[in-house]
Design a protein around this ligand. Structure first.
Ligand code: SF4
Length: 364
């Protein structure tokens, strides 16, 4: 059996990525039993490996509770991993001001991330001052440059405004400008457009693409919307119940989703370029992560589930072109007993169709 690492995205150029997560695990304790025995924990992120290359956008896609935001916060070093490591330029990341400069996080709700009593000028000038980045230049001049960089022009119209005087899209642009003030190399964008009107999302996505192309930023785009990930990202990692279940280049992954969960996500995503979207009936809801399902965590919802799926977690099978999928449907050597469909489900089940996950592994 040929597999890739348990989870992960490929590197775009084969070089050292700017930022890397290796086998990150995060458990949140939810109850501490007396005498320290029998406590439980939410298994929020389980063994996730991810590489963010320079001048590249990597999307992490999944439903609420899939662990994608927890992953972003571990990469920002706001949350300490239970195990695993974060590497910056191939070296273990050291928390502190230098790391905070290199890796900036933009949150979902710009209203919460901006102080309502401070002006745009204050929000953009403060990081320049704290990190000593003025270099003798005019502070207002630098703030103006930042506003122009995020297309808030003419800057004079915005510089003195308070957050409540801006639209949601303008507030998010200010939040991005504040992140850019310290000249980061990595931007972690956690659902940056999900609270914005559909009509202004595209402008924000194009801004992120521009930051990749013009400034060479490594961007992590966290989203529940696989259609926007396809539009924006170079690589996509699909997370389910704390694990990466499929990863690879954005176009092939969304054109030919290999994992039943990715097919489920795509079946719910509008896409005018795809006249016949893949269909897969959703069954149930994401699992309780204090007691994750045995074997494949998707098996309670999966119409293709087999006996082996309930017993053993699937490894990530290497498909073609850096595409991988953690699903037993790609295995070549299952026994008849292992590939026995669960009652009412299975390889020939009710939801089989053109997008059924039947691609087989190829030697890596
Ligand atoms: Fe998981 Fe099995 Fe369904 Fe693949 S076929 S997604 S391994 S339950």
């Amino acid at each position: 059996m040929t597999t890739t690492e348990r989870t992960g995205t490929g590197r775009v150029d084969g070089g050292v990525p700017v930022l890397e997560a290796r086998s990150l695990v995060k458990y949140f304790p939810v109850r501490r039993a007396r005498f320290g025995v029998g406590g439980s924990a939410v298994h929020a992120v389980e063994d996730v490996t991810l590489a963010l290359p320079e001048s590249g956008i990597t999307a992490v896609v999944g439903e609420s509770g899939s662990g994608k935001s927890t992953l972003a916060r571990m990469l920002a070093q706001l949350i300490k991993p239970t195990s695993g490591s974060v590497l910056l330029d191939g070296k273990p990341a050291v928390p502190g001001r230098s790391y905070a400069r290199a890796v900036q996080l933009v949150l979902q709700d710009p209203f919460e991330s901006l102080n309502p009593v401070h002006s745009v000028r204050y929000h953009l000038a403060r990081p320049l001052q704290v990190h000593g980045l003025t270099g003798g230049a005019s502070l207002d001049g630098l703030v103006t440059e930042l506003l122009e960089r995020v297309s808030l022009t003419p800057a004079d119209e915005f510089i003195a405004k308070l957050p409540h005087e801006l639209s949601g899209g303008q507030r998010q642009r200010v939040a991005i400008a504040r992140a850019l003030a310290v000249r980061p190399r990595v931007l972690l964008a956690d659902e940056p457009v999900s609270m914005l009107d559909v009509s202004i999302r595209l402008g924000l996505l194009n801004l992120l693409a521009d930051l990749r192309d013009r400034d060479g930023l490594a961007v992590l785009y966290v989203t529940h919307d696989i259609a926007s990930a396809r539009y924006l990202a170079d690589q996509i990692a699909v997370m389910y119940a704390g694990q990466v279940v499929e990863s690879g280049p954005a176009a092939p992954l969304t054109d030919e989703p290999a994992h039943p969960y990715t097919q489920l996500l795509l079946s719910a995503a509008p896409d005018p370029d795809r006249p016949t979207p893949p269909t897969l009936a959703a069954q149930g809801a994401p699992p309780n992560l204090t007691r994750p399902p045995s074997g494949c965590r998707f098996h309670p919802r999966c119409p293709h589930a087999m006996t082996v799926c309930t017993q053993t977690a699937p490894p990530a099978f290497a498909l073609t072109g850096g595409h991988s999928s953690a699903c037993w449907l790609h295995a070549r050597d299952l026994t008849a007993a292992q590939s026995q469909p669960l009652q009412g489900r299975g390889r020939g089940g009710q939801d089989d169709g053109p997008q059924q996950a039947t691609a087989k592994e190829t030697p890596a």
